[in-house]
Design a protein around this ligand. Sequence first.
Ligand SMILES: Nc1ncnc2c1ncn2[C@@H]1O[C@H](COP(=O)(O)OP(=O)(O)OP(=O)(O)O)[C@@H](O)[C@H]1O
Length: 538
Amino acid sequence: MGKEESPQAARRTTRASCAAASNGEVGRSTITPLHNPTVSDLAFGGEPLSSEDLRSSFPARRPQILELVHLLGPHSSPMLPLFVYGGASTGKTTVILQVFRHLNRPFVYASCRTCYSPRILFESILNQLLLHRKNEANGYSSAKRCEKPSDFVNFLREDVGKVVDSLKDHSGKRKSNKSRRWPKGDILYLIIDNLELVREWDKSSSLLPFLFNLYDILKLPNFALIFVSSSSPDTYYSSMGYIEPIPVFFPEYTEEDLRQLLIRNQANQKLYSCFLDIVLRPFSRVTRRLDELSTVFSSLFQKYCEPLSDTSLFPNDEMKRRLFSHFRPYISPALNEIFWGPSQCLSGIESGKVTRQRGSIRKHEDNEDFTEIGFHMSTAAKYLLISAFLASRNPATLDASLFDSTGGSDNRKRKRKASEKSMEQKETVEQESLMKGPGTFPLERLLAIFQCITSVIDVSIDEEEHGDGFSTDGGNSSWLMSNVLSQLSSLCDANFIAKGGSCPLEGSTRYRCTISEDFALKVARSIKFALPNYLCRR
Ligand SMILES: Nc1ncnc2c1ncn2[C@@H]1O[C@H](COP(=O)(O)OP(=O)(O)OP(=O)(O)O)[C@@H](O)[C@H]1O
């Protein structure tokens, strides 16, 4: 079998792993070759999940759970398409699947990560609807071959109709059949996850409008659609004439949310809390992704515990100091790794690279999340892009006044300096820079600004006795330079930075940042960087 999932198995695996992840139990019965699939397989299955268990399984997601339950409404009530979005690893998939488990509704789930082409996506959906499982006996073939959207619509009409009829039929008999837990209602939901990836494999850009139009094309009252995406609605819609789905936003976790989430499965929560007191603040300044933090903290926590003979005890102050001094050397390298490393879930973007995506980037209200710019890149790349933007926007002569000697922006100093300048002089500089467009800059200036602005990340481990800090150079300037060059080359590939030719006097390459201020502000917001404080204002 190729890379494509067996839909039944995949759905079961997804559902089971979600159940396991959130509740520590597997939600579905094991598939056996003798299993005779019925429409009951279209529900999550397994043990019922009460609303209280559902909410307690997902700290910090109570509002989204309530919103989803509210929008799904009572069973058998039609629903307009939903668009569930939020940054990677914010729990969208797991929460939705567990909501379906709780409501016991029938659904088909397809992720554009495993279904990586239109044909695979269509066939995976149809296979699930037809309760068809690929196996050796059928040569791992799909129930129907389906490449074209028009065929998909025709098959869908046919197959959804059949499923709905069975659901209606079964719901009548439900009371008499106690051996199986039948799904509730006669609405069939189609969940399409990781929608942002479609842009990567849909070169003709026709599939997304088709999917957004699907509800209108089908006009099936018993069919509901849920799109799940890690980029915001604004990166998709562009007056294509379809009704925009109802948005449900999963915001980024706060530091407090992360603490709750990370601590909940720990055997010794008090000990883990001491550990989090040291690491959570600095690391959450670099990433708020639960998966990234869980991974890095699991190995760091082992290091933290190394001096302990009994990890079930709560350390006293003396012990805490010993643990910290043992643990301290591991912090900066781990922070550096996460700062420079590519985001683990890159919406179909090459690892470590950044890609400018098609589709409009419209101004909208949800301005606190990176999802608004529709792609992922490493924290370091974001800082570098902002540095390049500053280097292109601000005159080099103002660098010294914008950044203080320790690297950070000293607003008071800057204000004082600014007020010292005559308004006339300032206006001349600004008008000149406006007319010239984004200026070019040498690598050295970019590096200097980058070091200045990353030094204000303020990820120091400064809890009184802890005096460690995070430095982006890892104590090695050639290491820093090679990292910067690699990130810079990615940003050039993505056309965020252009090579502006070489300076005849210096002979070195000059660069120019091509992004708009609006876009730079969005990138800055995603890393909570106060870009306006560093801009030479017009
Ligand atoms: N509030 C939460 N409570 C419990 N677990 C959570 C929560 N948020 C995220 N997780 C866990 O984080 C992991 C990633 O979650 P999930 O895959 O649902 O995120 P996602 O938003 O769908 O990510 P992606 O956009 O990458 O698909 C899962 O193991 C999930 O159980």
